[in-house]
Design a protein around this ligand. Structure first.
Ligand code: SER
Length: 317
């Protein structure tokens, strides 16, 4: 990668990925784009930034061409819980945005990364050690978008030779920019609430295991996959990647090692619980390990120490 354009750069992943990439590749070689302009966001004020609505394919193409980009990292998308409330808008943004990114990559002969998700699986998928290649019959609009996206990326690679690559992200836990409307957001909120109020009311039920990952491992994974030798990539799009399988009580117990009085209550949201129940408990990421050496460094223990310290520094309680 030499010059990279990131869509959705003000989102949860984008904000941190832009900073990470600017450190590795040089600040002027990472073009941050987002539908919003927010001059307080570090992705906006630390290098080139353009306002871009990803459903505007012509503008995406023109910006990518003007900056002589060789890799597009397409992150702009609507997450699972919001997508269930606005399925048509989700289809429009998630699918047309991706089609525009694929067409841009095809026309300019450049690489494309786009994330899939554990949301690409459904209730008929094996829940434990979910294999790389398995049943994918999701029941959410977000999941349907993700499966269609995986197939489209395969199609553009097979038919046009576009160097498409992607991973299935677990729920991502981070504290620089908030996630926007996902099912796994509780695992981010719980840490803020622990520091700010000493208690949290979870919208996901006790005992609901889902894959989670700390953001630094996700960022490292993107770079590692994009820099991997293409000859080694048998799966190419939508590698399972995993770090830890968590449920609310397990996170709470770890938080109590730092904040012994932390209280966890429940007010389950049936809509988000239904989404969580349809997703795997723990996915198998051996293909990513074998084909490009993915290896998550953070587990629940070192992630919890790190994120609590960072949030403490941020909220100054
Ligand atoms: N974190 C996402 C969500 O909850 C899953 O990819 O929607």
């Amino acid at each position: 990668m030499k010059r990279i354009l990131v869509t959705g750069a003000l989102g949860q992943i984008g904000t941190e990925l832009v900073i990470f990439l600017r450190k590795l590749y040089g600040e002027n070689n990472v073009i941050a784009t987002d539908i919003r302009y927010d001059k307080t966001n570090v992705a906006v004020n630390s290098g080139p930034f353009e306002v871009l609505d990803v459903t505007d394919g012509e503008k995406m193409f023109q910006i990518t061409k003007r900056y002589k980009v060789d890799v597009v990292i397409h992150l702009a998308a609507m997450l699972s819980a919001v997508a269930e409330q606005k399925p048509l808008a989700a289809w429009h943004l998630n699918m047309n945005g991706l089609m525009n990114a694929l067409e841009t990559a095809k026309e300019l002969g450049i690489q494309l990364f786009t994330p899939s998700s554990i949301g690409a699986f459904g209730s008929s998928t094996p829940k434990e050690q979910t294999p790389q290649d398995t049943i994918q019959r999701p029941t959410t609009m977000y999941g349907i978008n993700k499966v269609a996206g995986e197939l489209l990326c395969d199609y553009y690679h097979m038919k046009y030779g576009v160097d498409t690559r992607g991973v299935r992200f677990p729920g991502l836990i981070s504290c620089m920019a908030p996630p926007g409307g996902g099912t796994t957001d509780y695992a981010v909120e719980i840490y803020y609430a622990a520091i700010e109020r000493g208690r949290y009311e979870s919208f996901i039920e006790k005992g609901t295991y889902l894959d989670m990952m700390y953001m630094p491992d996700a960022l490292q994974g993107v770079v590692q996959l994009m820099e991997a030798d293409p000859k080694k990539l048998k799966h190419r799009n939508a590698y399972n990647i995993a770090a830890m399988s968590l449920e609310p009580e397990v996170i709470a117990a770890e938080i109590r090692k730092h904040i012994p009085t932390f209280v966890l209550d429940y007010k389950v949201d049936p809509a988000r619980q239904a989404i969580a129940d349809s997703w795997p408990n723990a996915i198998d990421d051996s293909a990513a390990r074998e084909e490009w050496g993915f290896h998550a460094k953070y587990d629940l223990e070192n992630m919890t120490s790190d994120i609590l310290e960072k949030i403490r520094g941020k909220v100054k309680v």
